[in-house]
Design a binder for this molecule. Structure first.
Ligand code: AMP
Ligand code: ZN
Length: 492
């Protein structure tokens, strides 16, 4: 099955195929580790995770590269304010980023590349650009890309750049203006800033050259797909194309995927607007990581998504329905045989699900047949018309669903627990929802009585309830150990 994915470069859906006939080589812009990411950032990483998982589900081999921008204007500004070098400033945000990815069950790319470990490759690119006349050095020792050297500039974002001022320059990493300017490839060292001594002088890379260098290092001059949030299309990705293609004279990436924004009240969720939530903020309010994942991916990447708490509550309820059903069919006992209608329903649900994802990763259309199937199967169980072969067929559909959505197994205790530990250690207990604190503060008697109820439930073969109790306790930081002498428990 081939994925038809909208391509910003061609303005239409194109089939995504490995151009080397073997492995899909893709690059997705990673985080800038100057602070904790907000859930808008994570929406983009989650949608790339959906892409990744669907490609794996359809049998593709992947080489997926993600960068970590660990040197840029904002990092330098914050590290300077904190009075520490950037190498001491960024590690805790890198660590937090990976913890958040784990909480959201985002799979790791095959390659994770840090900008500060690829300075040599960036210097090499600037040298090559300089040799062709596409890069020039200014008096202070910085290097700029000469836009007039790349007539195709604007081909990705389709911006009309006819009024472009020749030779006008910009040295900040991010700019939103529509006008295109010669942009900084390398910034001369300023007093007190982190800098590298290199063949092109003492300084540090501009943001755009970082991605070109790391993409080419791990994927070659040309590769299959480049992804990022919609704000990166211009100028970041446009600049990446200009720098790379000016050196290689080959198409940089065939396919460009841009994830549309997460909004709050119609405006982009962003640090500068102050309208953002981090993952930790939401976990401390008592929302589960699985519900956040589900809410952020259930609206397809090509649509903007308005963030609301009701949306998270709906996602929580939807996951509960799925998990209850999953428990029901995995712990219940059913007669041998099959129900022809249900077998057909399974086949239909599976093909609708796969077809919806193959059609530009339409996650909203993909989840619908799964919920329909759950409803049909529940009805069949209620009517005693559900047999072992139906269970197997339904489980196979759920497996395909979960290969991409990954919300069926209850893994929510750990992220919540981690967020609470973080709140404690960073003096943020005031932000913790009272019900979460209450859930955390169980007396020994309450724990013992739940364990007794669980033992009873297991005796009655009510494994769904037994598992529910185990998970409830885990969420409160209580770990159970079943042994032949009974159940032991301890607080984490
Ligand atoms: P940053 O850490 O700022 O470099 O951003 C990491 C990723 O998040 C980039 O791909 C951005 O385009 C993306 N991004 C930033 N804000 C949002 C948002 N509100 N919704 C979706 N993606 C976003
Ligand atoms: Zn990038």
């Amino acid at each position: 099955m081939t994925l038809r994915l909208f391509n910003t470069l061609t303005g239409q859906q194109d089939e995504l195929k490995p151009s080397d006939g073997d492995t899909i080589r893709m690059y997705a812009c990673g985080p800038t580790v100057y602070d904790f990411g907000h859930i808008g950032n994570f929406r983009t990483f989650l949608q790339v995770d959906v892409l990744r998982r669907f490609l794996l589900l359809t049998g593709h081999k992947l080489r997926h590269v993600m960068n970590i921008t660990d040197v840029d204007d904002k990092i330098i500004r914050n590290a300077t304010a904190a009075g520490i070098p950037i190498s001491e400033y960024t590690p805790r945000f890198v660590e937090a980023f990976f913890e958040d990815l784990d909480s959201l069950r985002v799979q790791r790319p095959e390659v994770i590349a840090r900008a500060t470990e690829h300075i040599e490759k960036m210097v090499e690119l600037v040298e090559k650009l300089s040799a062709t006349g596409a890069a020039y050095r200014t008096e202070d020792g910085s290097w700029y890309f000469r836009l007039s050297a790349f007539p195709e500039y604007g081909k990705l974002s389709k911006k009309d750049l006819s009024g472009m001022e020749d030779g006008a320059r910009v040295d900040v990493d991010e700019y939103e203006k529509d006008s295109a300017r010669d942009f900084a490839l390398w910034k001369a060292a300023k007093p007190g800033e982190t800098a590298w001594d290199t063949r092109i002088g003492r300084g540090r890379p501009g943001w755009h050259i970082e991605c070109s260098a790391m993409a080419m290092e791990y994927l070659g001059d040309s590769f299959d797909l480049h992804a990022g949030g919609e704000d990166l299309m211009f100028p970041h990705h446009e600049n990446e194309i200009a720098q790379s293609e000016s050196v290689t004279h080959k198409p940089f990436a065939d396919h460009w995927m841009h994830v549309r924004f997460l909004l709050v009240d119609g405006r982009k969720m962003s640090k500068s607007e102050g309208n953002f939530y981090t993952l930790r903020d939401l976990l401390l309010k008592g929302f589960k990581a699985s519900a956040i994942r589900f809410a952020l991916i259930s609206v397809p990447y090509r649509h903007q998504l308005n963030f609301t708490f009701e949306g998270l509550t709906d996602a929580t309820n939807a996951i509960d329905r799925l998990r209850t059903f999953y428990q029901r069919i995995t712990t219940g006992s059913f007669p041998a045989g099959e129900n022809a209608d249900l077998q057909t329903a399974c086949k239909d649900a599976h093909s609708k699900y796969m077809e919806a994802l193959a059609n530009d990763l339409n996650t909203a259309e993909a989840r619908a047949p799964i919920f329909d199937l759950v409803r049909a199967a529940n009805t069949a169980i209620d009517q005693g018309k559900f047999s072992t072969r139906d269970r197997d067929a339904v489980l196979a559909v759920l497996q395909a669903f979960d290969a991409v959505f990954d919300v069926l197994q209850d893994c929510d205790a750990e992220p919540t627990q981690r967020a609470l530990e973080w709140a404690k250690s960073s003096g943020r207990m005031d932000d913790v929802a009272p019900e979460l604190v209450e859930r955390q503060s169980m007396t020994d008697e309450m724990i013992e009585s739940l364990i007794a109820e669980r033992t009873q439930a297991k005796k009655q073969r009510n494994f769904a309830r037994a598992d529910q109790i185990r998970n409830e306790l885990a969420e409160k930081g209580v770990v159970l150990e079943d042994s032949k002498d009974g159940v032991r428990w301890k607080r984490k």
